[in-house]
Design a binder for this molecule. Structure first.
Ligand code: TRP
Ligand code: SF4
Length: 327
């Protein structure tokens, strides 16, 4: 079976953007591929090394949401990167064959260096972030890597590193391909892309009254000031969420009634809330039940990490032989 590998940094409780753009895709992939999904806690360390106090709790909180969304430890390997030290060993070997220029040209690196001012990113590991990511993928000989568009240059770099390694030491690594899922463009409460850092996000496990409050106060078509002003759903972030969560009937109704001021925005948001909760509530409930049973989550991750170590070790045996170190 072809292999899928992907990871997420431990950001804590996930929002609807993660759910609809990432987890939904992962859950589908687990039925057709041998999947390895992991918490990239070493990647968190490349920029958040000064305060590691939340990495563990964020790891567990996030994996509860993975399980809530339907990732099934019987169907895929769920693990923690730092529990598979082979990633670090491969990272070191890959770092030997990776020219600095390749890393300095990575768009996510250049942007972060320009934009992020509240942390010192002038450290060695941060530049090496994509080399560690390459190791994550290559150590499982991953065929496909489901990622967002911003990560495509990292997968391209992974292919280049694999090619260069194979050229020096022999053909060990297949070249992985990025797998871009249809991106539902989940917008946040302010109309921008939903993101924790914009503070416009709705978490899967926000209490229902918090979800309603966030939806109730969402930005709408700015031209629709009063109840009798007609609106344009095509410029309204509420409508864009309807398209993800609501029935075709509701979408059609909003599309007509908004334009002739037949419904008010609060009615419209209430309908969105009802439809969205049909999807979110069972996932949140399942996530909370894992939160209540965190030892079970730890057990799943320990077991997954053990399986991942076995697979990673198989590749490392080939890699060590190819590089011809030791005795
Ligand atoms: N860099 C990825 C992100 O920020 C996370 C990640 C780490 C990853 N290692 C990976 C994704 C390996 C795919 C494969 O989203
Ligand atoms: Fe947006 Fe709905 Fe209000 Fe129209 S009725 S502006 S779609 S919230």
């Amino acid at each position: 079976m072809e292999r899928v590998v992907s990871g997420m940094r431990p950001t804590g409780k996930l929002h609807l953007g993660h759910l609809e753009a990432v987890l939904k895709n992962w859950v589908e992939l687990q039925h057709n591929y041998e999947c390895f999904f992991f918490v990239a806690d070493w990647h968190a360390l490349t920029s958040d090394y000064a305060d590691t106090s939340e990495i563990r709790s964020n790891t567990l909180a996030m994996v509860c949401d993975w399980l809530g969304a339907g990732l099934d430890p019987q169907r895929c390997t769920l693990f923690v990167q730092s529990l598979v030290p082979q990633h670090a060993e491969l990272h070191l070997l890959l770092s030997a064959v990776t020219p600095l220029g390749w890393l300095e040209r990575v768009p996510t690196y250049k942007e972060a260096r320009q934009q992020i001012k509240d942390k010192d990113l002038n450290n060695y590991a941060f530049l090496g972030y994509p080399v560690l990511q390459a190791a994550d993928i290559l150590i499982y000989k991953g065929d496909y890597v489901p990622v967002g568009e911003d990560q495509v240059p990292h997968i391209e770099l992974t292919r280049e590193i694999a090619r260069r390694f194979n050229k020096f030491y022999g053909p060990i690594f297949p070249e992985p391909q990025a797998l871009l899922a249809p991106d539902p463009r989940v917008v946040g409460t302010d109309g921008r892309r939903m993101s924790k850092s914009y503070r416009n996000d709705i978490k899967i496990t926000d209490p229902p009254e918090v979800i309603w409050e966030k939806m109730r106060t969402m930005v709408t078509d700015p031209a629709r000031v009063r109840r009798h002003d007609p609106g344009d759903p095509d410029v309204c972030p509420v409508f864009s969420l309807h398209k993800i969560y609501s029935s075709q009937e509701t979408i059609d109704l909003v599309n007509v009634e908004c334009r002739r001021a037949g419904i008010g925005c609060i009615d419209c948001k209430r309908m969105l809330y009802e439809h969205a909760m049909k999807r979110i509530a069972p996932i949140a409930e399942k996530s909370r039940s894992y939160e209540q049973n965190i030892d079970e989550v730890k057990r799943i991750l320990q077991e997954g990490s053990q399986r991942a170590r076995q697979e990673a070790e198989r590749t490392m045996e080939q890699v060590r032989a190819a590089v011809r170190l030791g005795l």
